[in-house]
Design a binder for this molecule. Structure first.
Ligand code: AMP
Ligand code: MN
Ligand code: MN
Ligand code: MN
Length: 283
């Protein structure tokens, strides 16, 4: 079993990179890829654990793009952690995130929920601030009862307090990841566009734009969704990956390696991914 999608406190999870490596070992995983949002900040401490654990520790990140007017997440799996140009590109993305965060503070005040960036920072142990930390700040300041309510009423994708970031296109994300030696993967397509969204054509379009794989196994998929996306990847000749999207205490009940219980990502997907990394797509 492997897990190619998870987060630490360097983005919006709660585990340290060291703790995550140990948990990967304790969970009996053969390989574990860390994919924090917009940062490789947890990677040095994570890969330094390789001498202490048998589970293979792999490098990745998760980027947010705009596609068909909505937010689409793209995983950069197996990127080179010391690629200077890619690091600079991540710095730029974090700058856009900081800008978005400042505008969300203004918007929330207009909506009668005045919080400060300091209120948000209290809930993050690293400088990267995500909506997860906004949700906690809104709860602490009493504007919602609990963090999930903040996503339902205020800061979810379709809510009035949500401000999108300056957009990154899927083509640009794919190119950045490829140029850093990684494989660009459409993250959790089942969470995009609602359950009625027809993926066949849209996925072929993303493939044309440079996306080489899709997440066919995911911590929150139903069995039918997994079958559908694995078959879609096969039809298009795309790589299949899989992971839990573990966030520690920020997504209670979602466990590393096994998601909500039924996830089992086969080891052989990593062999195929590494072949894709070396050879790319020939068409
Ligand atoms: P950001 O990258 O700052 O826009 O925050 C996005 C993160 O917020 C996602 O990666 C999730 O961890 C979390 N998130 C987004 N929507 C929801 C939701 N409806 N409920 C709970 N968490 C969410
Ligand atoms: Mn997240
Ligand atoms: Mn995501
Ligand atoms: Mn994720």
């Amino acid at each position: 079993m492997i897990d190619l999608h998870c987060h630490t406190l360097h983005s919006d999870g709660t585990d340290t990179p060291e703790g995550l490596a140990l948990l990967g070992e304790a969970s009996g995983l053969a390989a574990l890829c860390l994919t924090d949002h917009d940062t490789l900040g947890g990677i040095p401490a994570f890969v330094a654990m390789q001498s202490k654990v048998k589970v293979r520790l792999l490098v990745g990140t998760e980027l947010s793009c705009q596609f068909l007017g909505r937010s689409l997440h793209v995983l950069g799996l197996l990127v080179d952690p010391v690629d200077v140009r890619f690091q600079a590109r991540l710095v730029e993305l974090r700058g856009r995130r900081d800008d978005r965060n400042r505008r969300m503070i203004v918007r929330l005040a207009e909506l009668g929920c005045p919080i400060t960036l300091e209120d948000v920072q209290v809930h993050s142990e690293t400088p990267l601030l995500s909506r997860v930390h906004f949700a906690k700040a809104l709860a602490t300041r009493g504007f919602v009862r609990r963090a999930p309510e903040a996503f339902e009423r205020l800061i979810g994708d379709d809510c009035p307090g949500f401000v999108p970031r300056e957009e990154l296109s899927p083509a640009e994300a794919a190119r950045w990841i490829r140029e850093a030696g990684g494989v660009p993967i459409v993250a959790h397509p089942g969470r995009f566009g609602g359950s009625g969204f027809r993926w066949d054509e849209a996925m072929a379009d993303l493939q044309q734009l440079g996306l080489e794989g899709l997440e066919g196994y995911y911590g929150e998929y139903r069995a039918a969704e997994q079958r559908y996306f694995v078959a879609l990847a096969a039809r298009l000749g795309m790589v299949v990956t899989g992971g839990s999207d573990y966030h520690g205490a920020h997504k209670p009940g979602l466990r590393l390696g096994c998601g909500r219980g039924g996830l089992k990502v086969p080891d052989h997907l990593l062999d195929r991914l590494e072949t894709q990394q070396r050879l790319g797509t020939y068409r």
